[in-house]
Design a protein around this ligand. Sequence first.
Ligand code: SF4
Length: 103
Amino acid sequence: MHPTQRFPLNVAGDFYVVEGLCIACKAPEHEAPELMAHARAADGVYHCYFRRQPRTEEELQRAVMAVAVGCCGAVRYGGSDPATIQTLTQLGAGGACDIRTAE
Ligand code: SF4
């Protein structure tokens, strides 16, 4: 199990945002507005999260881009799909995958 704690408003699934790291860049929500939203965290600070998981290939690509543009490392992929992990690695976001493959 990965040690990071998910922001509680994330819907269950492979894509998620870690709680407490947000500095309100808003970039991931711009990439995948249909999948993400934001809320005020307990400390009153903006926090993005996944309100829905991708259901189509196009949405998957948007979710991948949301992870890739996340400025703080909080937007992550916790799934095990090798193609998604490879794409994220190629985008320089391999560190945002809970499961790493050989690079
Ligand atoms: S990527 Fe990080 S800093 Fe940017 S909105 Fe999401 S949680 Fe906040």
